[in-house]
Design a protein around this ligand. Structure first.
Ligand code: FE2
Ligand code: FE2
Length: 329
């Protein structure tokens, strides 16, 4: 696993220069004025997933679209949570353990990136809502939103010297990179605006993902706290609870059944799932469903596992998952 010398000012200055020189203007580099193509899926799907057996083409399209909206809203919400915690989980940490002005500038650039990404994913959800004849708030009511209690726990963990938020950020960055890699293999078939948004996000995540690793290193350099091995476990547990809480909102989507065919199809699917018990559903979402699996299991990524080895830390005891087979709907 790659680690960094956070006190190497020249190297940090070079990283900042590369990120600034390549920074994307998400207003001009993404074709926002192009209408969303509602006939195309947002994400490639695993057609052999047991959660969605024997679905029609229209149902698979609707699943891909609702999954895509859940992913967009999750990225938007979680990156905005990271930005809202900049004071307690970054500024205060650097004031207590100063590194160098370049490292601080690199962090400011990192937060500017995340604020930009959060707005862009939010914008996509708003455009999608408009295209299917809804107010943004009506659609967002069924999509992931932030939880103020969880935010307070991350702030408290940081006040106690913990790095839980940086574990969350590191894992989510790997997940969003992974999502684009999956999309890339079937890009012709996918909705062009959604694909362009993920491509731009991927480029910037690849360039700045080292910052979370460096913040973990900074925490590590302050010596071991009694509970530092539990920081990742805390993030994974909070994210696990948050993910199920957010996914449960989809159960109410039938209320929009008469507003657009999209919801008619989704609510028909929800009826099909009523025969499955909660444990079956949780297991499917956790292990066999692409995207929700990545959302729920922060420790599934190889890079995160390597970080856990490097810094030491406990994780939730998930069983090994089967390999997914992806294809377009
Ligand atoms: Fe981002
Ligand atoms: Fe990021």
């Amino acid at each position: 696993m790659k680690t960094y010398d956070i006190y190497d000012e020249e190297r940090i200055a070079r990283m900042l220069h590369v990120q600034e020189a390549n920074s994307l203007d998400f207003n001009s580099s993404i074709p926002w004025t192009t209408a969303i193509d509602l006939s195309k899926p947002l994400l490639p799907l695993d057609t052999e997933s047991l959660l969605f057996p024997e679905t029609t083409e229209a149902e698979r399209l609707a699943i891909s679209q609702i999954m895509g909206l859940v992913v967009a809203a999750s990225i938007s919400q979680l990156e905005s949570v990271a930005v809202s915690l900049q004071g307690p989980t970054w500024d205060k940490v650097l004031k207590k353990h100063p590194v160098g002005p370049e490292f601080r500038s690199l962090g400011e650039h990192f937060y500017a990136d995340e604020a930009k990404h959060s707005l862009a994913f939010d914008r996509y959800v708003a455009i999608f809502a408009r295209e299917i004849g809804l107010e943004t708030g009506e659609l967002k009511a069924f999509l992931p939103s932030s939880n103020s209690m969880i935010r307070k726990i991350y702030a408290l963990n940081s006040r106690l010297g913990g790095a839980a938020i940086w574990w969350l950020i590191a894992a989510l960055e790997e997940e969003s990179i992974e999502i684009y890699k999956r999309m890339r293999s079937s890009n012709e078939a996918l909705e062009p605006l959604y694909l362009a948004l993920h491509r731009a996000h991927f480029e910037e995540e690849i360039r700045h993902k080292s910052y979370a690793v460096m913040m973990l290193q900074l925490h590590q350099a302050q010596g071991t706290r009694p509970f530092s091995k539990f920081d990742f476990l805390l993030s994974e547990t909070l994210n696990f609870l948050w993910s199920f809480q957010q996914l449960a909102k989809l159960r109410g989507i039938g209320a929009l059944r008469n507003r657009h065919q999209f919801f008619e199809t989704i609510s028909g699917l929800c009826e099909k799932f009523k025969g499955q018990n909660t444990l079956q559903m949780m297991s499917a979402l956790c292990y066999r469903t692409p995207y929700t699996r990545g959302m729920i299991q922060l420790s599934q990524h190889r890079e995160v596992q390597e970080l856990l080895k490097e810094f030491g830390g406990y994780r939730l005891p998930f069983a090994a998952a089967n390999e997914e087979k992806l294809c377009t709907v």
